[in-house]
Design a protein around this ligand. Structure first.
Ligand code: HEM
Length: 504
């Protein structure tokens, strides 16, 4: 029987055992750090003072709130390198110009770096290897090369136009939802197959799958990876749904000898197994959507707040549309569609300036790598084989020597003359990657963003408002909740719009 005496005894035992366990954990974690220190002839990087280390988990604060942990550790370290632990692995934060030079040098691996914290593409399907390493990026680059973009450009334009028209003549949109949806649809065109693009219900289903894949892929998931949390179950189901959707199309094409020119066909032609086709498609879609959707929303926000730049953009787009032989407000698709991508780029330099400057200000996170080669040294610090490395983009993007008044929005920093002047100082802008890992999707991303901006600006008058409908005149705070992804705003923002030529 369960008496007060046995209850007391069990509680005492529980408290005692947890105290002993806690003490043991502390001792082990201290031992672990000590071993690290005594093994090396050169000094190793100190753990951040913020780190509360626990045996098995590693740095607890990182798992509680990765973004806040990294941001406050970076500030607290005052430009110095520091380390923390993710389970049994050490992650070293390189800093400043010496850190940059080491981080972007040879010998550090891109994919295995990100996979430590972002294992979503490893376990959504029941196969062992993600085939999107160095060769994967090259293959992806061939799928979205300029000739392919030239071919699908007119269809993309119609996608954008149809979706904007679908909003009606006037109203309010949530850019992080409605503009994001357009980017998602264009990315589906860019990375999947006609069968999906032609069916809006399938595009919506893919979007829901991606939301669930993302929601189930936070660093916390690394602790007890076998525990079936709702988010993890959701992610597994989403992975299976994606696999089923893609395999149905592939089987249908194979059974009926159908060929359609799109990225899926390229994968079928390569005779990849179905699981790899699904993985590769998911990877490309992730790569395409991850930054483009939210970055474009921020471009719209910066333009609304910096009206002088909005005016410049509107007149640039106006001239571009007129030079293409179309009226500014209606039926522009065909005329713009006849303009080559090269001409479009040449005629929209202000868009390039604004997009790059927005991305500079948005990138306030970290990049990741893993040292898969020999030990390397940064100053007196040894970076051991197998160590994971991070580099904070802010060490360059908000470096006053590279970008004076770095927190201010000044797109003129990106004129070719300014870029050339800055490049003498080495790698400085990380918006599209640097060194060996330049973004292979830059051209596609720029195309998607430019097409949407051109159509939005040509068709609509817009105003940025808060949830209560008040005009927003300052850049809103970002909701810092995602590693390696451009975040949304902390508070909801909206765009009030009406069709050009009409009034509210
Ligand atoms: C605004 C949109 C985008 C931004 C700001 C962006 C930014 C970046 C950055 C900064 C990197 C390098 C990361 C690092 O060094 O750790 C990168 C790499 C990459 N991006 Fe993008 N990207 C965008 C859109 C796209 C799109 C649309 C695609 C593909 C369709 C894409 C595919 C890739 C791939 C495959 C890599 C890895 C390259 C490699 O392994 O060398 N990105 N991107």
């Amino acid at each position: 029987m369960f008496t007060a005496k046995t209850l007391f005894a069990s509680i005492t035992l529980a408290v005692l055992s947890s105290t002993v366990l806690y003490g043991l954990q502390k001792l082990l974690s201290r031992l672990q750090i000590h071993i690290l220190k005594t093994e090396c002839t050169q000094s190793t990087v100190e753990e951040t003072p913020l780190a509360r280390s626990f045996w098995y988990i590693g740095t607890l604060d990182f798992f509680l709130n990765p973004f806040m942990f990294l941001a406050s550790s970076i500030t607290q370290a005052k430009g110095r390198m520091f380390s923390f632990r993710v389970l049994s692995d050490t992650v070293i934060m390189l800093r400043g110009i010496p850190g940059r030079d080491a981080f972007f040098s040879k010998g550090l691996d891109f994919m295995s770096g990100y996979r430590l914290l972002n294992p979503q593409l490893v376990d959504i399907m029941p196969i062992e290897e993600v085939k999107c390493g160095e060769n994967g990026a090259n293959f992806m680059a061939t799928l979205i090369r300029t000739e392919v973009l030239e071919e699908i450009y007119l269809d993309m334009l119609s996608d954008v136009s149809r979706r904007i028209d679908g909003w009606g003549d006037e109203g309010t949109i949530d850019p992080f939802l409605n503009v994001y949806e357009i980017v998602f649809a264009l990315s589906v065109r860019l990375s999947t197959c006609h069968e999906f693009i032609e069916d809006p219900a399938k595009v919506n289903k893919l979007m829901s799958i991606f939301e669930r894949l993302e929601a189930g892929s936070t660093p916390t998931g690394l602790i007890l990876p076998w525990l079936p949390t709702p988010a993890r179950v959701g992610r597994t189901i989403a992975g299976a749904q994606l696999y089923t959707m893609i395999s149905k199309v592939v089987r249908n094409r194979q059974q009926h000898d159908i060929r359609r020119e799109d990225p899926l066909q390229a994968l079928i032609d390569k005779k990849f197994p179905m699981a790899d086709i699904t993985r590769f498609t998911a990877t490309t879609l992730f790569a395409a959507v991850t930054n483009t959707g939210n970055a474009l929303c921020w471009v719209l926000i910066y333009l609304e707040v910096h009206k002088e730049w909005k005016s410049r953009v509107v007149s640039e787009i106006q001239s571009f549309v007129q030079d293409a032989g179309a009226e500014f407000t209606d039926s522009m698709e065909e005329a713009i569609g006849n303009v080559s991508l090269q001409v479009m780029d040449e005629k929209t330099p202000t868009l390039d300036l604004v997009i790059n400057e927005t991305i500079r200000l948005l990138f306030d996170g970290t990049f990741m790598r893993r040292n898969i080669g020999n030990d390397i040294f940064v100053g007196a610090h040894r970076i051991e084989h197998g160590a994971y490395l991070m580099f904070p983009t802010a060490d360059l993007h908000f470096n006053e020597d590279l970008f004076p008044n770095s927190r201010e929005f000044d797109p003129l920093r990106f004129t070719p003359e300014e870029v050339d002047k800055r490049n003498v100082k080495g790698i400085n802008f990380l918006g599209w990657g640097a060194g060996r890992h330049i973004c292979v999707g830059k051209r596609a991303a720029m195309l998607m963003m430019k097409l949407i901006l051109i159509m939005l600006v040509s068709k609509l008058e817009t105003r940025l408002v808060s949830e209560r409908g008040e005009s927003i005149t300052a850049i809103p705070e970002a909701k810092l909740d995602r590693l390696f992804k451009v975040c949304q705003t902390k508070d909801k923002i909206y765009l009030d719009f009406y069709k050009r030529g009409m009034r509210f």
